[in-house]
Design a binder for this molecule. Structure first.
Ligand code: GLC
Length: 745
C-alpha cells in the first residue's frame, strides 16, 4: 500500500513539474507570441559574453547563436546568382562537399534586362529555395550598386544605371528569397561603384546624387522589400568606412528609413571598434585582425566587436545600449528565419530551378541589332553554321569573385546550339582566339582544358576557313570572369574587347555576310565593327542553362524581349565619370585613402549622354524583337494634377508582326522648368506586355508626386515643383513613341 502511495505521489510530482515546466515555456520559444516579445525575453536571458559572441563571426560564414538557450547560429551564403559551395570552417578554400552543386542562375544584369518584376519574383523564390534547402539563414545578395562606370569589375552582379529600374527589380527578388524564411542581404551599401581601391576609396558625392541615384534601390529594398539584412560596403563615405558609418547606417538607414534588420559588414570591412559600436554595425564578418588571414585559433575573439568591445564594457568605457540594439536586430532575423517553424523546406538544383534559370535568360537576352532580319536562323534553309569564339565553350559560372559557383551543370553556348540543331544543321567550331584558359577559382574547377598554344594568326586562319562556306557565322565572345574583366576586386582597363577579338570579328565579316556577334558580358564593350556585322546579341552571364537560352533566341523558339539596363557608350570618354576624370580618384598625401569625387553628380548613364548630346552606341532601354510593335495615340486622364492626386496616361500597343512578342513600354518624365538642374528626362515607369500577332493592349501608367519629385539637398527632402511636365513614352530612352504635356498645379 505504502509503495503504491509513494509511486502515486512521485507520478503526481513528476507530472506537475512537467506541467509547470510546460506552462513556463519561455516566451522566446513560443511561436504564438509576437516576435518583439520573444526578442525581449531572449535578450533578458542572455549573458554579456553570449551577446558579444553573437555580434561577430565564429567562422568564415557563420556567427554563433546561444547554444545554452537553443538559439541557433546564423549561416550566411554567397551569392546573388546561386548558393556558393561550402568552404572550410575558417578558409576561402573549398570544403569539397559532394552535395552542394547548385543551380547557377543568370547574373543580375540579365535579370534587370528582363524589365519584368514577375521574373524577379521567380528568381528570388527559386534561389531562396536553394538557400533554404542548404539551411542558410542569410543569402548575401542581391547587389544594386549603380552602373556608374563600364570599367567596374562587379557590374555583372548589379541591376544597371537607373535607380528606378533597379528599385522596381530588386524588391520582388527580396520578397521571393524571404518567402522561404531566408534573409536577403542587399549590398553593398553604399557607393561601391568600382572595385579598384575598394577598401580605401572615400567617395565624395553631393546629396542630390546620393539620394536620387545611389540610394533609391537600397531604400526600396528596405521600405518596399522589407529586406531583413543589408551589407555595408568596403569604401568610405564622409571619411568613415561604410560598415560603420554614422550617416548611412544610423541617420539614413535606421532613422529615416526605419530599417529594423541587421547591418552586416562586408568581409574585412570593419576597421574600428568604437565606430563599430556606435555607428550602426550589427554583425561583423571576415575581419583580418591579428592574422586572421591565416586563421589563428583564437582569431575570432580578436574581432573589433569581440574582446575589444567586451573590455570596453567591463571597464565601463561604454554601456550596453548599442549592444542590446544589435542583439535585438540579430534575434529578429533569427526569429524570422531559423526559429520560424512555419517556413517552407526549400529545394535544390531541381528541374524547376533550371527551367527558371533558362527562362530568366531567355527573357533577359537583348537583341541589339538585326539588319535585314538575318535573325532568327531559318533552320530549314540552313545547312552549316560556324561557331567561333572562346566564350562558346568557356564555363562562366566559375570565377568572378564571391559570386563564383559550383554548378550542377552548365550548358555552354556551343552545346546549346548543337543540341537544338542536332540532325538538322551541321555545326562546326573554331576557337578564334585564346583568352583566359584558367579553369579554377577558389578550388572550384571546370574540368575544361582550354590550353591552346596556337598563334593568333593560326587561330584566325582556322576560323576563316570554316566560316567561308557557312550559312551563318556565330561569333561568341565578350568578357569573362577573370581578374580585370567581369570580376570582383579589380576593374577593367578599358571598354575594348580583350584578346584581339575585334580583329577576329573584322576578319570573319570579310568572308561571310551573316556574322552574328554574341557578346557575353556584364558590362558594355566598344564595337568598332558594329556596321560590319548584321546582328548583335547581348547575352549576359546566363548560368546553368546558358546554351539552351541562347539557342532558343537564335533559332526563334523564343522572341527576344530584353532591354538594356545600362547604356553602351561608343567610347569611354562619353561617360561622365571618365570625361570629368573623377575615376578612380586621387590618393591623399601621406595616406592610403583615395578621394573619388563623383563630379558628374546626378548625370549618370543616359542622364549624362542626353545632357551632353552624345549618341550612345546602344541606348539605355534598347532591345529589338522578331516582331514589330505599333504605338498608338496616348491619352491622359487630366492635364492638370496636384501633388495630392495622380493622373493616368494610357497608350495602345499593337503587335503588327506575324509572331507573338513582348514589349517593354517605358515612361520617362521631363520637368520642363525646375529651380534646380534636372536631367532632360528620367525613367519613372515601365511595363512589359505580351502581345499575340494583331493583338492590341492598352498600357496605363499612374503618375503621382513621386514621379515628378527631385531631392532638394538644401531642404533635405523630395520636392515636386509646380509647373510644366512632359510624359515621354518610348521603347527605349532614345526611341520615343509619344509625348504628352501636363501641369502640376
Ligand atoms: C566579398 C564581397 C561580398 C561577399 C563577401 C563574402 O568580398 O564583397 O559581396 O558577399 O565578401 O564572400
Amino acid at each position: 500500500m505504502k509503495k503504491q502511495l509513494l509511486s502515486g505521489v512521485c507520478i503526481f510530482l513528476f507530472i506537475s513539474t512537467l506541467q509547470a515546466h510546460c506552462e513556463r515555456t519561455p516566451i522566446y520559444l513560443d511561436e504564438t507570441q509576437p516576435i518583439e516579445q520573444r526578442i525581449e525575453d531572449a535578450l533578458s536571458r542572455m549573458t554579456l559574453e553570449e551577446k558579444i559572441a553573437m555580434i561577430h563571426a565564429q567562422a568564415k560564414f557563420s556567427s554563433p547563436g546561444v547554444a545554452r538557450l537553443g538559439i541557433p547560429e546564423i549561416w550566411c551564403t554567397d551569392g546573388p546568382h546561386g548558393i556558393r559551395p561550402e568552404v572550410l570552417w575558417d578558409e576561402w578554400e573549398q570544403a569539397k562537399w559532394t552535395n552542394d552543386s547548385c543551380t547557377a542562375f543568370p547574373a543580375l544584369t540579365c535579370l534587370a534586362a528582363t524589365w519584368d518584376p514577375q521574373i524577379s519574383l521567380l528568381y528570388g523564390k527559386s534561389i531562396g529555395e536553394e538557400a533554404r534547402y542548404r539551411n542558410k539563414s542569410i543569402l548575401l545578395g542581391p547587389g544594386v550598386n549603380i552602373y556608374r562606370t563600364p570599367l567596374n569589375g562587379r557590374n555583372f552582379e548589379y541591376m544597371g544605371e537607373d535607380p528606378y529600374l533597379a528599385s522596381k527589380m530588386v524588391v520582388p527578388y527580396i520578397q521571393g528569397v524571404q518567402s522561404n524564411g531566408v534573409a536577403a542581404c542587399v549590398k553593398h551599401y553604399a557607393l561601391n561603384n568600382n572595385e579598384k581601391n575598394r577598401h580605401t576609396t572615400n567617395v565624395i558625392v553631393d546629396d542630390r546624387a546620393l539620394h536620387e541615384i545611389y540610394l533609391p534601390a537600397f531604400k526600396a529594398a528596405v521600405q518596399e522589400g522589407n529586406v531583413w539584412s543589408i551589407m555595408g560596403s568596403y569604401n568610405l563615405y564622409k571619411n568613415q568606412h561604410c560598415c560603420h558609418n554614422q550617416y548611412l547606417l544610423n541617420d539614413i538607414l535606421k532613422k529615416e528609413w526605419g530599417f529594423d534588420g541587421v547591418v552586416i559588414s562586408d568581409w574585412g570591412g570593419v576597421h574600428d571598434t568604437d565606430q563599430a559600436i556606435t555607428n550602426g554595425l550589427d554583425l561583423e564578418f571576415g575581419s583580418w585582425t591579428n592574422g586572421l588571414t591565416n586563421g589563428t585559433s583564437n582569431a575570432y575573439n580578436n574581432y573589433y566587436m569581440a574582446d575589444p568591445y567586451l573590455k570596453r564594457i567591463k571597464l565601463e568605457q561604454v554601456g550596453t545600449k548599442e549592444l542590446d540594439d544589435k542583439i535585438r536586430r540579430i534575434l529578429r532575423l533569427i526569429f524570422r528565419t531559423t526559429m520560424n517553424r512555419n517556413r517552407p523546406y526549400g529545394s535544390f538544383a531541381t528541374p524547376e530551378h533550371f527551367m527558371a534559370a533558362r527562362s530568366i535568360g531567355e527573357q533577359g537576352i537583348v537583341l541589339l541589332q538585326n539588319k535585314n532580319n538575318v535573325l532568327p536562323i531559318n533552320i530549314a534553309k540552313t545547312k552549316k553554321i560556324a561557331v567561333i569564339g572562346e566564350n562558346a565553350i568557356k564555363m562562366m559560372t566559375v570565377g568572378g569573385g564571391s559570386s563564383s559557383l559550383k554548378a550542377l551543370h552548365e550548358i555552354s553556348p556551343l552545346e546549346g546550339i548543337k543540341s537544338r540543331l542536332k540532325n538538322k544543321v551541321e555545326i562546326v567550331y573554331a576557337r578564334g582566339y585564346v583568352g583566359d584558359s584558367s579553369n579554377e577559382y577558389n578550388g572550384v574547377i571546370t574540368r575544361q582544358n582550354l590550353k591552346d598554344n596556337r598563334s593568333a594568326k593560326e587561330l584566325i586562319d582556322e576560323a576563316i576557313k570554316i566560316s567561308q562556306d557557312a550559312d551563318y557565322v556565330i561569333f561568341i565572345g565578350g568578357l569573362n570572369k577573370s581578374a580585370g574583366q567581369d570580376c570582383e576586386d579589380a576593374d577593367r582597363k578599358g571598354i575594348e574587347l580583350p584578346y584581339n577579338q575585334d580583329k577576329v570579328i573584322e576578319a570573319l565579316s570579310t568572308v561571310n555576310k551573316n556574322v552574328i556577334v554574341v557578346n557575353i558580358s556584364g558590362n558594355a564593350i566598344a564595337m568598332p565593327w558594329v556596321k560590319k556585322v548584321p546582328a548583335i546579341i547581348q547575352a549576359w552571364f546566363l548560368g546553368s542553362e546558358a546554351g539552351n537560352a541562347l539557342a532558343s533566341i537564335l533559332v526563334g523558339d523564343v522572341n527576344p524581349s530584353g532591354k538594356l539596363p545600362f547604356t553602351f557608350p561608343a567610347k569611354l570618354e562619353h561617360v561622365g565619370a571618365h570625361k570629368l576624370n573623377s575615376y578612380p580618384g586621387v590618393k591623399r598625401e601621406n595616406s592610403s585613402i583615395i578621394d573619388e569625387r563623383y563630379n558628374e553628380s546626378i548625370y549618370v548613364g543616359y542622364r549624362w549622354m542626353e545632357k551632353e548630346h552624345i549618341k550612345p552606341l546602344f541606348a539605355f532601354g534598347h532591345g529589338l524583337s522578331y516582331t514589330t510593335f505599333k504605338y498608338g495615340k496616348p491619352s491622359i486622364s487630366t492635364t492638370q494634377m496636384t501633388t495630392s492626386d495622380t493622373l493616368t496616361i494610357t497608350i495602345p500597343i499593337t503587335n503588327i508582326g506575324k509572331r507573338e512578342g513582348a514589349e517593354v513600354v517605358q515612361l520617362y518624365i521631363a520637368d520642363k522648368k525646375s529651380s534646380l538642374p534636372r536631367p532632360i528626362k528620367e525613367l519613372k515607369g515601365f511595363q512589359k506586355v505580351q502581345l499575340a500577332p494583331g493583338e492590341t493592349q492598352y498600357v496605363s501608367f499612374i503618375v503621382d508626386q513621386n514621379s515628378l519629385s527631385y531631392f532638394n539637398d538644401t531642404l533635405h527632402k523630395w520636392i515636386a515643383e509646380a509647373g510644366e511636365f512632359e510624359a515621354i513614352i518610348g521603347s527605349s530612352s532614345e526611341e520615343i513613341k509619344a509625348r504628352i504635356n501636363f501641369e502640376l498645379k
